[in-house]
Structures are given as structure tokens and as C-alpha cells.
Design a protein around this ligand. Structure first.
Ligand code: AHR
Length: 508
């Protein structure tokens, strides 16, 4: 039997757990918007066309922020088409779609309020530029008394939207991107767009486009160039990463280690630019697209006819994919001192935790569960746990620990949550946790995602085939907690402690 150990100590603080780490992404792509979140003819749709069953699942998922409207789509998008009474039908060149524009900014903002999530908007720096970005910001955030803000009021939204988070384009480094640019061209455009947007609204937080993947030939050099051009004008730099099982399950389960390395490389590059420019501000990371995506099965759309809401990259996820997703969430939490925002791509139907049938039911994919459990139980502050144990050798990512883990501690309630993954394909792993520093533990519990078939899926016929199950965790003995994680599993262990009273509470 494999065994590994770690230590839970509230003193090993990394950073507060921000709700923006549990972000998602809604792109005008495939059936994410149309027949996903928005389906006016559906029996569960409200008066605005929002599917109520999907909204309930989004709340259950625990999403904190949603990026919109793309993605590659935004690089050819005219935001004005999606506001007011006249909605022209356009051709979207990114995904070869017919876009009716019946869902646009006002609908998205109403949907975010219904879902209880923060909006994160991307501006088009592919086919458009500074002026259109400022017009959009004025429409969204200026209270009134100007052309664009008065137009918003006339369209029925008297109150400004107050959108804080703005992405300066999308994947501009990618040759596939409409309006693809060199790092020098993009860095300058982004810096000037940021300057103008800040002049209009000093409260915005701006995300500069980093690389669309760590495997891009320009990775590293791109970050250095665009950050040198725009360092003072932006707050965050983006990272995108998709992983898949290509006949090698061990490498998929090890892929969170590649995510860790990607984060470390971008942090190093950003801090190098900081030193070079002699600045004190640190740039934080917006990992605003991440997920499992079986990209090698996607033939692309360059030859496809233009269609409205085609079924695009509707990957059906396995139990092993859910374990990998649990692993990415562990990585993101561990790096919470530098990763300020993270968005799983996407929310509904398109490589998504939620699937819908047009006119029919909505269901939870396997990857829904680790996200929902992490969003629910990660509270307070992230704790380092320094696991030690056996190492696995993988083809794609070299040596990785069989056990990966991170914890959170809520100083308000005393609750501690330990998130852990066993990446071994066939062996259970016994985990020994030193919990002496936690003092009294009143209750232990655990939820685990595991099963005999790592390729089991949830689908329309069997939407609950893969579910988290309770795992018996005996109370700690002599400050040591012991539990066994099955092969290919991810879980959360919850430890209830007596409420910790702060001086503030005591004084009252
Ligand atoms: O999420 C799907 C696509 O992946 C997005 O449109 C793009 O930004 C990325 O390449």
C-alpha cells in the first residue's frame, strides 16, 4: 500500500481564498449561450429567456465570476449589435456561426445578477481598437449625461453596470485569432487602450493577454514584451491551458503539474519585467481559460457551413477528467498568492460542467462535482501542506508526486478543508495528516470522487453515474488523521473545529 504524509497548520498561510478563483466563461460559441444559458422557448425559461434549471446549476456550482463574450468570438464582435431594439444578424468568422445578437450585454448583465456572479468583459482588440473599447466602457459604466451612457439608460438600464474586470482582447498571440498581432504591436495597442479606459473609469481592473498556451513558440518572449509595454497600465496577465488524455491516463492526471510550471514561468517573467522597470507593483495572473478539452478530436471549423448555435466541442467528461479538474483546482488554490482570477472554460455545453438538451433537461457532467465541492468548501485562507510520498513517472510531465494536496482554513469558523488527489492508476494511497496544530477537532467528514471505471461518464440517460460519495474518516488519534484514497480519486476532507474568536468578537 502506498502512503504519503502532510501537515495541516493554520500558520502555513498562502493567501486568502478569493471567489474570483472559481470563475467560468460564457462565449458566443456553439450552444453555450443559445440553448445553453438562454433558450426563450424552453419550458424552464423565465420571461427574459434565461433557463431556470441552468441558473440553479450555476448557483450550485458556486461560480464567482463569468468572463464574456469570448474567446475567439470577441475578436470580430461588434458589441453595439447586442444592445437596444435593433439586433442585426451577423456572421461570426471565428467559429463560422450565424449570430442573431438576441443575447447581448444587457441580457448578460441581467443574467449575472440572476446567477449572483461578477461579470468580466472582454473588449475586441482584433478587428477594433481604443475607440470601440471606450464606447463600450462608457455604455457600461458611466452614470449618464453622455451619448453612450444615455443610450444604456434609454435601453432600460438606468443604473451603470459598474463592471470592474476587463480583458484587453483574447489570445492575440495566436495566428488563428482574427486580428492576430505581434507582441510589439499588441503591447502598444493594449497599453494605449488601457490608458484611455482608465481615463474614463479609474476603477477598472485590466487583464493583458498573455500566451494562449505554454506550448506557443512565442511563450515567455510574448509575456516579456507585452508587459514591458503595458506594465504600469494593467493589473493582471492572462494564461490559457487545456489538457487532454491522449491514450495516456497517467499523463492526464499529472497535467496539473504542468499548470503549476506554467504559473511559475509567468510569475518569473512578470517579476523579471518588474525588476527591469524598477517597479514595486506586482502583476497578478488571470488564468481565464483552463479545463480538460479533447482538442485532438476537434476537426476545426474552417470548412464548416455558417450555422446558428452548432454543437461545438461538447466533450463528455470521464471520472478521470473530474480527478484532473480537481487537480487543477488544487494547483490554482496553491498559487492563490499570484493567481487572482481563474475561469474554467466554458460554463454550459461547450467543454462544460453543465450540459443541456434544447427543450429538454440539464445535467451535471463529472467535472461539475470537484468544482462545486471546492467552491463550497474552500473558505478563508489557503494553507500549504507540504506533502511527501511516492513519485510517479509520466510520459508527458516527467516525475510527479502520486499525492497532491492543498488545504484551506477559515479563521471565522475554524473549519479546515483538505483537498487531495491520488494519481496512481491502480494503487490506493494511505494519507497520514499531522493535525496537532489544529487542536480540538469536533467532526470529520469527506466526499470522494472515485470508482471502478476511470472512463465512466454522466450522460443524458445516466446523469448521476459519477457522483461524489461520502468517505468514512475516523477522528484523529494523537493528532494524526489517517484516510485511504482509492486509485484515480479526488476528494475533500472537512474538519470542524471550535469557533475561533477574534479579539474583535471578544471585545463585543
Ligand atoms: O474556449 C474555447 C476557445 O479556446 C476560446 O474561444 C479561445 O480563446 C481558446 O482558444
Amino acid at each position: 500500500m502506498l502512503s504519503a504524509s502532510l501537515t495541516l497548520d493554520p500558520a502555513f498561510r498562502v493567501a486568502p481564498v478569493g471567489r474570483r478563483l472559481f470563475g467560468s466563461f460564457v462565449e458566443h460559441m456553439g450552444r453555450c449561450v443559445y440553448s445553453g444559458i438562454y433558450d426563450p422557448g424552453h419550458p424552464a425559461a423565465d420571461g427574459r429567456g434565461f433557463r431556470g434549471d441552468v441558473l440553479e446549476l450555476v448557483r450550485e456550482l458556486g461560480v464567482g465570476v463569468v468572463r464574456y463574450p469570448g474567446g475567439n468570438f470577441v475578436s470580430g464582435y461588434r458589441w453595439e449589435d447586442g444592445v437596444g431594439p435593433d439586433r442585426p444578424t451577423r456572421l461570426d468568422l471565428a467559429w463560422r456561426q450565424v449570430e442573431p445578437n438576441t443575447f447581448g450585454l444587457g441580457e448578460f448583465m441581467a443574467w449575472t445578477r440572476a446567477a449572483g456572479v461578477e461579470p468580466m468583459l472582454a473588449v475586441n482588440l482584433g478587428t477594433r481598437g481604443i475607440q470601440e473599447a471606450c464606447d463600450l466602457l462608457e455604455y457600461a459604466n458611466h452614470p449618464g449625461g453622455s451619448y453612450w451612457s444615455d443610450l444604456r439608460v434609454r435601453h432600460g438600464d438606468a443604473e451603470p453596470y459598474g463592471i470592474k474586470l476587463w480583458c484587453l482582447g483574447n489570445e492575440v498571440d495566436g495566428p488563428w485569432q482574427i486580428g492576430h498581432k505581434s507582441a510589439a504591436e499588441y503591447g502598444r495597442l493594449a497599453a494605449e487602450t488601457a490608458k484611455a479606459m482608465r481615463a474614463l473609469d479609474p476603477d477598472v481592473e485590466l487583464v493583458l493577454c498573455g500566451s494562449s498556451g505554454a506550448g506557443m513558440p512565442t511563450f515567455g518572449a510574448w509575456e516579456a514584451t507585452v508587459l514591458e509595454a503595458a506594465y504600469d497600465a494593467v493589473d493582471h496577465i492572462s494564461l490559457h491551458a487545456y489538457y487532454e488524455e491522449q491514450g495516456d491516463l497517467a499523463s492526464l492526471l499529472a497535467s496539473p503539474a504542468a499548470m503549476d510550471r506554467f504559473i511559475a514561468d509567468v510569475v518569473a517573467t512578470a517579476d523579471h519585467v518588474r525588476a527591469k522597470l524598477g517597479r514595486s507593483k506586482r502583476i497578478t495572473l488571470s488564468f481565464d481559460e483552463w479545463n480538460v478539452w479533447n482538442m485532438s478530436r476537434f476537426a476545426g471549423r474552417t470548412q464548416a457551413p455558417f450555422e446558428h448555435a452548432p454543437e461545438l466541442i461538447e466533450d463528455t467528461y470521464t471520472l478521470a477528467d473530474a480527478v484532473a479538474v480537481g487537480g487543477y483546482l488544487i494547483t490554482l488554490l496553491r498559487n492563490a498568492d499570484r493567481v487572482a482570477i481563474a475561469c474554467q472554460a466554458q460554463l454550459v455545453n461547450v467543454i462544460a460542467p453543465i450540459r443541456t438538451d434544447p427543450g429538454g433537461p440539464a445535467w451535471r457532467q463529472t467535472i461539475f462535482h470537484p468544482f462545486a465541492l471546492t467552491a463550497r468548501h474552500a473558505r478563508g485562507e489557503v494553507l500549504r501542506v507540504e506533502p511527501t510520498g511516492p513519485v510517479l513517472n509520466t510520459a508527458a510531465h516527467g516525475e510527479v508526486p502520486a499525492l497532491d494536496a492543498v488545504a484551506t482554513h477559515d479563521p471565522e469558523t475554524g473549519a479546515v478543508s483538505l483537498f487531495a488527489v491520488n494519481r496512481h492508476l491502480t494503487e490506493p494511497l494511505t494519507l497520514h495528516a499531522d493535525v496537532r496544530a489544529l487542536g480540538e477537532i469536533r467532526r470529520t467528514g469527506a466526499q470522494i470522487i472515485a470508482g471502478p471505471d476511470p472512463h465512466a461518464v454522466n450522460d443524458r440517460a445516466n446523469p448521476d453515474r459519477v457522483l461524489p460519495r461520502p468517505l468514512e474518516v475516523p477522528p484523529p488519534e494523537d493528532g494524526r488523521l489517517t484516510l485511504t484514497l482509492p486509485p484515480v480519486s479526488w476528494g475533500v476532507v472537512t474538519l470542524a473545529r471550535p469557533r475561533v474568536l477574534s479579539m474583535d468578537t471578544v471585545a463585543r
